[in-house]
Design a protein around this ligand. Structure first.
Ligand code: DX5
Ligand code: ZN
Length: 218
């Protein structure tokens, strides 16, 4: 059988899931590659979302990655490592460059993947060569972080191309407004992992596996 070399990894965001039946919602997306947890603190972004306390008893069908949209990401690392996170990414706008360097080192020292995120309007120059040398993953937001269901910012793909042109070999993830219409462009620009929120979770649960398969195959 041929090996598919450039398949896109799909990481559904459960922000738009029906939390009154979270187990069934997770079952419906179990063919995804990762489950994306959006953690908002009401400070870095205006919203508050989910924290580790309410997730402790949840059984996730795939590895989890945590997207910290918080002012002090350092405060949340140990709890999410204990929850089983395989990747944690935080916003460089919240930490600045020096703290980002230390935090990437300390997340990696826990034996998990360390990611750094740039928000929709942030210049990729924030991602210094030192930071790119440390980050296992860069999350390029394609909306202003804080809410699901926003429109995709096409300019984010220029940032992805810029990172690849600079020689970044780690994983690049895109998050915000991803649909079946724009995911191929993201793949062509150099994205490896796409977060998909409202586009997927607004489908009836019986249709989600087919949507995920279509996105993985771009
Ligand atoms: C936004 C979050 C995203 C978002 C994705 O701040 O980081 O993960 O919920 O949802 P859609 O795909 O609806 O933009
Ligand atoms: Zn996210």
């Amino acid at each position: 059988m041929d090996t598919i070399l450039f398949a896109m990894k799909i990481a559904p965001s459960i922000l738009d899931a029906d939390f009154s039946q979270l187990g069934a919602e997770l079952d419906s997306i179990s063919s995804a590659d990762r489950i994306h947890l959006d953690v908002m603190d009401g400070q870095y972004v205006p919203n508050i979302s989910i924290g580790v306390g309410v997730l402790k008893k949840v059984e996730f069908p795939k590895e989890i990655e945590v997207h910290l949209m918080t002012l002090n990401p350092e405060n949340f690392i140990d709890d999410f490592v204990a929850l089983g996170a395989k990747t944690i990414t935080f916003h460089i706008e919240a930490t600045g460059i020096n703290r980002a360097v230390s935090l990437l080192k300390s997340i990696k020292a826990k034996g998990i993947r360390a990611g750094v995120t740039i928000d929709g309007y942030t210049d990729p120059d924030w991602l210094t060569d030192e930071i790119l040398g440390l980050a296992d993953q860069v999350l390029v937001m394609s909306v202003k972080s804080g809410f699901g269901g926003q429109s995709f910012m096409a300019a984010s793909l220029l940032k992805v191309e810029d990172l690849r042109a600079r020689g970044y070999k780690g994983e690049i993830e895109i998050d915000g407004g991803i649909t079946l219409e724009n995911i191929k462009e993201a793949s062509d620009a150099g994205v490896d992992i796409a977060v998909v929120g409202s586009f997927l979770m607004k489908k009836v649960s019986s249709e989600r596996a087919a949507v995920i398969a279509g996105m993985q195959g771009v």
